[in-house]
Design a protein around this ligand. Structure first.
Ligand SMILES: Nc1ncnc2c1ncn2[C@@H]1O[C@H](COP(=O)(O)OP(=O)(O)OP(=O)(O)O)[C@@H](O)[C@H]1O
Ligand SMILES: Cc1ncsc1CCO
Ligand SMILES: [Mg+2]
Length: 292
């Protein structure tokens, strides 16, 4: 294998991310969202501004009619209850039968035994991607070992503290695992199609943590990017979604006065993101394709 320079790596990633964003805008995938009450508005607006089409469909009675038309399913356990969990499992099973990608956001996975068990049951249904903050990914990787500290939906760990947890979870689950934070981490294990990969996205601004549901929104965006991509490129689609969202956050921050105006400018920046802005800001390390 030939080693690539940082500059070559950066140019390759810029091309990859731009082509994934263009595919999303061209294909405008329909994303079925089963997400928490807090996040519904931001998730729908994030998907729309990126070019996808959101639909919040969580009643099992509708799945047989609706899910076949969706290009991906997004499941988020943020405001979980037993009925919602049944719907989530039914939707994930149907997505698998229909060979559609589905993406899991394990909000506050370590906060209660009910939530942890629910997330573990959903993981057994093989999401294409799981994206959480560091505390959530650590809680899932240590399930049955130690629940560790938790602060509800917010992380009390740095993302880089979760690299080993993410690798372990990717190996155990067979899913692509993404951890959000100051550095976003995306990893997959050698046992799955995407191979043994570990990529870091260094974009974003800390103020994103002061807007509720930005994590939920970026997970929904992963579902949209994966829906618009060839299934073999789900890993690069995941990296692209995290990078585009974080870059929109950086651009939004230049116009924002605080969290409320950042929320508005984030959505506007995502909508207007063009190739020169992407190229000037992109900061990804790790290889952009299989290094075999
Ligand atoms: N310290 C930071 N610096 C830069 N960007 C950050 C930082 N922390 C988080 N982000 C970005 O904020 C977005 C949301 O990630 P975060 O880790 O806060 O999700 P979360 O905890 O699941 O959020 P929520 O549960 O509110 O939806 C991601 O795009 C992430 O890259
Ligand atoms: C605040 C909150 N509580 C449950 S879900 C949610 C949104 C952020 O995850
Ligand atoms: Mg979250």
């Amino acid at each position: 294998m030939e080693m690539k320079t940082n500059k070559e790596e950066e140019v390759e990633w810029a091309t990859t991310v731009w082509s994934h964003l263009t595919a999303l805008r061209d294909r405008s995938p329909l994303i079925q969202c089963i997400t928490n009450f807090v996040s519904m508005d931001l998730v729908a607006n994030t998907l729309l501004s990126a070019g996808a089409s959101p639909a919040m469909i969580h009643s099992q009675q509708e799945f047989s009619d609706f899910t076949p038309h969706a290009h991906a399913l997004y499941v988020n356990v943020g405001t979980l209850s037993p009925d919602w969990l049944s719907s989530m499992k039914a939707a994930a099973l149907l997505a698998n039968d229909l060979r559609k990608p589905w993406v899991l956001d394990p909000v506050a996975a370590g906060s209660s035994q009910f939530r942890l068990n629910a997330c573990l049951e959903l993981l057994l249904l093989k999401p294409t991607v799981i994206r959480g903050n560091a505390s959530e990914i650590i809680a899932l990787s240590q399930a049955g070992i130690d629940m560790g500290p938790t602060k509800g939906v917010d992380s009390c760990h740095e993302s880089m503290d979760a690299v080993e947890a993410a690798k372990f979870l990717a190996e155990k689950s067979g899913s692509i695992v993404a951890v959000s934070g100051a550095v976003d981490i995306i990893c997959s294990s050698k046992s799955i199609t995407h191979g043994d990969r570990l990529v870091f996205v260094h974009n974003g601004v800390p103020m994103l943590q002061k807007i509720t549901a930005t994590g939920c929104a970026v997970t929904a965006l992963i579902a949209a990017f994966v829906a618009a991509a060839d299934p073999l490129h789900a890993f690069d689609a995941t990296v692209s979604a995290l990078s585009v969202f974080a870059i929109a956050g950086e651009m939004g921050m230049e116009l924002a006065k605080g969290p409320a105006s950042l929320r508005m400018h984030l959505i506007d920046s995502l909508y207007g993101l063009d190739q020169p802005a992407l190229l000037s800001r992109i900061n990804i390390t790790g290889l952009s394709c299989h290094n075999t």
